[in-house]
Design a protein around this ligand. Structure first.
Ligand code: ASP
Length: 340
């Protein structure tokens, strides 16, 4: 039986055209290019359906409402297809891939986010390779996870960060090995791939509420307690605090800790993620870290800030009990963090 893949085409460089010297998403342009390109008619490719979003987005314009729309779209077509591709701009693809991983609880089929650095319309591009690889993986590999495919690498979606604004090798998952490498052969690391629970449960869609009531703040030397206090005002309910090294923050300024402690008392969930690309938060290592743990800041362990932000938005949307939110924030739900 020919496999069937559903493509949710949300926008991004992959289908853009240069208009007045600038790239813009143009409706139906990608579909026309694919129809005219023999590579997309190869018999080894699965059958595919492209669902074009309206409007097509340059991904800095994505909001939590768009994440929920993509997740709902996948669930609406879940039974009819073998796998799913989300065509998306690279700028915020790490956020969308993470958000989808949390919202698609019980996922039993591959969902592969991809895009490109150069549009399909250009003679030298990475769009064709990424799209063809995503089609083959989505149709033929039992990887029941939200993944991100780029430059012959398949990553766990909730582990990814965009690390290069220009190069083809634009993504990394610094704290998680690759799920698969596409060289002469496709090599999947099956020891890492999530196994579906048995009996296979139906997919359980739980969307993220809009407007987002979560935020992220990157510490910098000399940040005043006033600035922190302003950020922690309602409607904020969750904050990813991007700290230094092993999760450390300034402790010489008592107002800084007081402002954080007061926000936590008022029900704001604060999660500590490191600004470092690799490694983990360990709030037992330094006094500048344990002071945060003592007032109730949660360790984000080795989660990316993208995963922590979307996980916080997800948990605050679906859980009314803050204690449960805090416990789950520090557990791995979709392989987004490593804990001993
Ligand atoms: N600005 C584009 C986007 O994120 C960049 C890309 O797709 O590579 O939609």
């Amino acid at each position: 039986m020919t496999k069937k893949v559903y493509i949710a085409y949300t926008g991004g460089t992959i289908g853009m055209q240069r208009v007045n010297g600038r790239y813009q998403p143009i409706p139906n342009f990608l579909q026309q290019l694919m129809a005219d390109n023999l590579a997309f008619h190869h018999p080894e490719l699965p059958q595919f359906t492209i669902h074009q979003y309206d409007p097509l987005l340059d991904s800095p314009n994505m909001t939590p409402g768009d994440w929920s729309r993509i997740a709902t779209d996948i669930c609406d077509h879940y039974d009819a297809y073998d796998g799913f591709i989300v065509l998306h701009g690279t700028d915020t693809m790490a956020y969308t891939a993470s958000a989808l991983a949390f919202m698609l609880d019980g996922l039993g089929k591959p969902v592969i986010c991809t895009g490109s650095q150069i549009p399909l319309c250009e003679i030298r591009n990475d769009a064709q390779d990424n799209l063809i690889a995503a089609l083959l993986l989505a149709a033929n590999y039992a990887i029941p996870e939200v993944c991100l495919l780029f430059h012959s690498h398949l990553f766990r979606g909730c582990r990814v960060v965009k690390v290069d604004a220009d190069g083809f090798d634009a993504f990394e998952s610094p704290n998680c090995p690759l799920l698969a490498t596409l060289g002469i052969d496709v090599e999947v690391d099956w020891s890492l791939v999530k196994r579906p629970s048995l009996p296979i449960s139906p997919i359980n869609l739980q969307t993220i509420r809009e407007p987002g009531e979560v935020g992220a703040l990157r510490l910098y030397p000399g940040m005043s307690a006033r600035i922190l206090e302003n950020v922690l005002q309602p409607p904020l309910r969750g904050l990813v605090l991007e700290t230094y090294g092993a999760g450390n923050a300034p402790t010489n300024n008592p107002d800084f800790l007081r402002v954080l402690a007061e926000a936590i008392e008022h029900g704001v969930v604060i999660v500590d993620c490191t600004q470092c690309l690799r490694g983990t938060v360990d709030l037992t290592k330094y006094a500048t870290g344990s002071a945060l743990a003592d007032i109730g800041v949660l360790s984000g362990y080795d989660m990316t800030p993208e995963a922590a932000l979307t996980k916080l938005a997800y948990l605050l949307s679906v859980e009314s009990n803050l204690d449960v939110v805090k416990v789950k924030m520090q557990q791995s739900l979709r392989g987004e963090l490593t804990r001993p």
